[in-house]
Design a protein around this ligand. Structure first.
Ligand code: NOJ
Length: 567
């Protein structure tokens, strides 16, 4: 299936008055807010967030001060992986709104000077995508099957999967279909859930299709794309067995060298970059590409953001690092010295919709396990926010991070929706706990997530304690996490030294991280459990704890305007 014809890029509208002539490169130090649409704001009372809800909350995002939003997938989808199983790349799921509603959201966001990034999912599509249903109907050997990875099974009756690859969500990466004549037949590859069939990127129709998808959304005025599984796409020809596939019996091989990180994928990013650059040059409205690149080696990660490939890739090593001074120092250096060496700054990230929230991680808690020491986790998360926002590069904030939301670790199992939970028979709890609908107003039904009177329950239940973190409460307190983020983002805009000065570590006592940006600004982070002296003399611009003065309390951070020697 080819997408409907859209105007050639040369006919691209320049999205009204929105033009960043003179603001090229905004993304290099941007703060982008990740909107998990399903859980952000419900505007129609069905208990599920939607694009209308995002539009209503734009003023909130404006006052938070972010430069851009990234919307998780809102395309038509049976929602087996909450939109990462896309059935139609060129429309909006009715549950989330309409194309016109999307256009209105982009228009309003641009009026408020907020850029809009959307999520593109090229590694796989829903088994309800028209190409896949056509492939099943067309039978073995058909051109339709050539756009996916269909293969005969092993064993006398083809009853065994074609190879030993494991799905990232658990279990084999293959599912057998029933052929149109009613007999058990071929298998198809799904590196994620069985409802997500992997495209065959060696088939020329696949890259051509996605180029149309890009143009469709760029023509609608989006400022950029977050690319799902950007290290995926091509599989090694012949789909050979993976030697250590069973190392992790539950969830599969993020390191399977035959399934991920094939050289050919870089050609795709070069081509997409050329398209994005064409739009930038011809409309004066810059379009950017940011990849979710799941490779563990920092140098290989950096290879994805070479000057003619993706603009950036998320630096997940930072998110995976525990609250430990040496590990933090070393991961920051890997980011600065390896990733940023490409000429493209690091995209720092502490949270996203796939990971337990940082407050809980730093508290020692875990989904389905202990809650942890939430006060400690919160102190550290506050300090980490100031650390991240002072590092050279851009930062991505996941909704609720600015409220200091902990993970909801104890959602009842019968309500869990993550395919990972089901495919591992409960052994992996999954990601629902960081996706609970946001608390906006502590005094309202559904904590203001749904309009009143709330007709439906929220798609995941909000725990009683969620109201404590609600936006209305945080607005009342100058000490709140929301206030901390707002002030930090505002300072990033106001004090050029924070984002532009050259990075330099300062010598410190053990347990402390401190660095300068240029000559005038310093960030100091105390990861230890005792108060420490400031390693540099200066005026405190912002701090994660009220008690910051001559000394920096345990698990806290401060931003300083450094005094020149003769002051
Ligand atoms: C990465 C996304 O962030 C995650 O939520 C999704 O389940 C997988 N890719 C599969 O699309």
């Amino acid at each position: 299936m080819r997408p409907a014809r859209h105007p050639h890029p040369q006919a691209a509208r320049s999205s009204g008055s929105h033009s960043d002539q003179g603001n090229l490169g905004w993304w290099r130090q941007a703060v982008t807010y990740q909107v998990y649409v399903r859980s952000f704001q419900d505007s129609d009372g069905d208990g599920v967030g939607d694009l209308g809800g995002v539009r209503q909350r734009l003023p909130y995002l404006r006052s938070l001060g972010v430069d851009a939003i990234w919307l998780n997938p809102f395309f038509p989808s049976p929602q087996h992986d909450h939109g990462y199983d896309v059935a139609d790349y060129l429309d909006v799921d009715p549950q989330y709104g309409t194309l016109e509603g999307f256009d209105a959201l982009v228009r309003d966001a641009h009026r408020l000077d907020i850029k809009v990034l959307i999520d593109v999912v090229p590694n796989h599509c829903s088994i309800e995508h028209a190409w896949f249903t056509a492939a099943v109907a067309a039978g073995p050997g058909s051109p339709e099957r050539g756009r996916f990875h269909f293969a005969d099974g092993r064993g006398a009756q083809g009853e065994l999967p074609p190879n030993n690859w494991r799905s990232i969500f658990g279990g084999p990466a293959w599912r057998r279909i029933i052929e149109p004549d009613g007999t058990p037949g071929q298998w198809y590859l799904h590196t994620f859930a069985e409802e997500q069939a992997d495209f065959n990127w060696r088939h020329p129709a696949v890259p051509a299709y996605f180029e149309e998808v890009l143009r469709f959304w760029f023509d609608r005025g989006v400022d950029g794309l977050r690319i799902d599984v950007a290290h995926g796409l091509h599989k090694q020809e012949g789909l050979p067995d993976h030697d250590s596939a069973l190392d992790d019996e539950l969830t599969g091989d993020p390191n399977n060298p035959h399934a991920w990180n094939q050289l050919e994928v870089h050609d795709v990013w070069r081509r997409w970059r050329a398209i994005a650059d064409w739009y930038t040059a011809s409309t004066g409205h810059e379009r950017v590409l940011i990849g979710e690149v799941g490779v563990l080696d920092t140098a290989e990660l950096a290879a994805y953001q070479r000057p003619d490939e993706l603009h950036q890739s998320f630096f997940f090593e930072f998110l995976r690092t525990p609250w430990d001074v040496e590990q933090l120092r070393s991961v920051i250096d890997r980011g600065r010295l390896t990733v940023a060496a490409t000429g493209s700054p690091v995209a720092w990230v502490l949270n996203n919709h796939d990971m337990p929230r940082v407050v809980t991680r730093y508290a020692g808690g875990a989904p389905g396990g202990p809650v942890g020491d939430i006060e400690l986790g919160l102190s550290r998360a506050r300090a980490a926010a100031l650390l991240m926002l002072a590092l050279p590069g851009s930062a991505f904030i996941y909704q609720g991070e600015e409220l200091g939301l902990p993970e909801v670790t104890d959602l009842p199992e019968h309500l869990l929706t993550d395919p990972m939970f089901h495919r591992t028979a409960g052994a992996r709890r999954g990601r629902d706990g960081c996706r609970v609908p946001l608390p906006w107003d502590s005094g309202r039904d559904a904590l203001g997530f749904s309009p009143e009177p709330a007709a439906a329950t929220t798609w995941l239940p909000q725990p009683d304690w969620f109201g404590y973190h609600a936006v209305d409460r945080q607005l009342e307190s100058g000490e709140s996490m929301l206030h901390l983020y707002r002030e930090a983002i505002a300072l990033r805009r106001r004090v050029p030294g924070i984002t532009q000065g050259e990075f330099r570590w300062l010598p410190t006592e053990p347990g402390v991280l401190a660095f300068m940006r240029g000559d005038g600004f310093a960030c100091v982070v105390n990861c230890s459990s005792r108060p420490v002296c400031m390693p540099v003399d200066g005026h405190v611009l912002h701090a994660s704890k009220a008690e910051v003065g001559e000394k920096l309390p345990p698990d806290s951070a401060a931003w300083l305007l450094v005094r020149a020697c003769d002051e």
